[in-house]
Design a protein around this ligand. Structure first.
Ligand code: NAD
Ligand code: TYD
Length: 349
């Protein structure tokens, strides 16, 4: 059961699992918030081992019915409110979904699985943002780094991680957590930096860069994250946490420049044509300066490493958004909500 499977990362995970394991039923459980779009999953619609369940992780009865109906033995929890800027303007929904939702999933899994936890797994997808902010001279986060969240988003993710660990210790639930760095790639909602920049270049709109543009993120191509999640589902050790990262640090201004070059080239514009769109705007409040991940543990224990370099991944990403302008337009106009109505015959509220 992949919660949040209609979102950005979840859709890549659901697609990968459905295709690679035809004998395993993959249940996408998603409440379809603004960030959920079953149009992200159209290419696996016809697969007989894929099911979509429209449900909310804070709804214990819906979670319980789904676990029982499909005999769920593995929950991969990606359902979340995921955007830092929204968490600053509307923190309560982050506590509701990320904390109470995860707790509801944990509680329900414990209740349904009882002592019969053999072969069961509760796998929680978290973020490197729970570790707080690094200075330029600091070493990267590893699995021993102390939690020090600084935004309402990262505080809610840290809280959910603590509940997951507590359920492992207290009730013997087989749990794993992975903490990943910033993802990018196809199907990312264009409120996040990379798709927002590509879309704004395409539409010749200002590119908002917060503060001075010196903040650093460690970027990972989303399919590499999905591969790591697949590996952890099958070979991860319950009770463990794994850090996942691209090993690829870049500041926001450097990243924006790369995106301008790639996008202008595809659009046939002269080099640097969109440089003038860069607009420095008021900084995000509490903006974390730098994230960087040490992924030695998952590499040495499970053999995972990122396989897509940043330049290759960015080129694939820009290509995808340029080839799928219909997706971008349906998401930015809100028309993507109608896909569900057509497919399932009732209106999304
Ligand atoms: P997203 O915002 O694109 O997707 C979230 C999905 O969760 C959506 O489909 C939404 O409809 C669903 N959802 C939200 N509330 C729900 C609820 N109450 N019940 C059921 N479904 C609900 O997020 P994403 O970027 O794909 O991130 C997925 C997970 O990975 C999150 O837990 C996030 O914290 C974590 N993560 C993200 C990144 C990143 O760079 N995007 C990095 C590390 C970790
Ligand atoms: P974002 O994609 O929101 O991810 P996160 O905040 O989870 O790291 O932002 C990535 C970086 O880009 C972050 O340092 C904030 C910055 N940013 C901008 O400069 N402008 C923008 O319009 C957005 C959305 C983000």
């Amino acid at each position: 059961m992949v919660t949040g499977g209609a979102g950005f990362i979840g859709s890549h995970v659901a697609r990968r699992l459905t295709r690679r394991y035809p004998n395993v039923k993959v249940i996408v459980f998603d409440s379809l918030t603004y960030a959920g779009n079953i149009g992200n999953l159209t290419d696996i619609d016809g697969q007989t081992n894929y099911r979509f369940v429209h449900g909310d992780i804070t709804d214990g009865a819906a979670v319980e019915n789904t676990i029982r109906e499909y005999g769920v033995d593995c929950i991969v929890n990606l359902a979340a409110e995921s955007h830092v800027d929204r968490s600053i303007t509307d923190p309560l929904i982050f506590a509701r979904t990320n904390v109470l939702g995860t707790l509801t999933l944990l509680h329900t899994a414990c209740m349904v699985w009882g002592d019969d936890t053999g072969g069961k797994l509760f796998y929680h997808i978290s973020t490197d943002e729970v570790f707080g902010s690094l200075g330029f001279g600091d070493g990267p986060f590893n699995e021993e780094t102390r939690y020090a969240p600084r935004s309402p988003y990262s505080a809610s993710k840290a809280s959910s991680d603590h509940f997951v660990r507590a359920f492992g210790e207290t009730y013997g639930l087989p749990v794993i957590i992975s903490n990943c760095s910033n993802n990018y790639g196809p199907y990312q909602f264009p409120e996040k930096l990379i798709p927002l920049v590509i879309n704004n270049i395409r539409n010749e709109q200002p590119i908002p860069v917060y503060g001075t543009g010196e903040n650093v993120r460690d970027w990972l191509f989303v399919e590499d994250h999905a591969a790591a999640i697949d590996l952890i589902i099958h070979r991860g050790r319950p009770g463990e946490t794994y850090n996942i990262g691209g090993g690829c640090e870049l500041n926001n201004l450097q990243l924006v420049k790369k995106l301008i070059n790639l996008t202008d080239r595809i659009l046939g514009r002269p080099e640097g044509a969109s440089d003038g769109l860069v607009t420095f705007v008021r900084d995000r409040s509490g903006h974390d300066l730098r994230y960087a991940i040490d992924h030695t543990k998952i590499t040495s224990e499970l053999g995972w490493r990122p396989s897509t370099g940043l330049d290759e991944g960015l080129a694939k990403t820009v290509d995808w958004y340029m080839e799928n302008t219909g997706w971008l337009e349906s998401v930015t106009s809100g028309r993507y909500r109608e896909y569900y109505d057509r497919q399932y015959g009732n209106k999304l509220t």
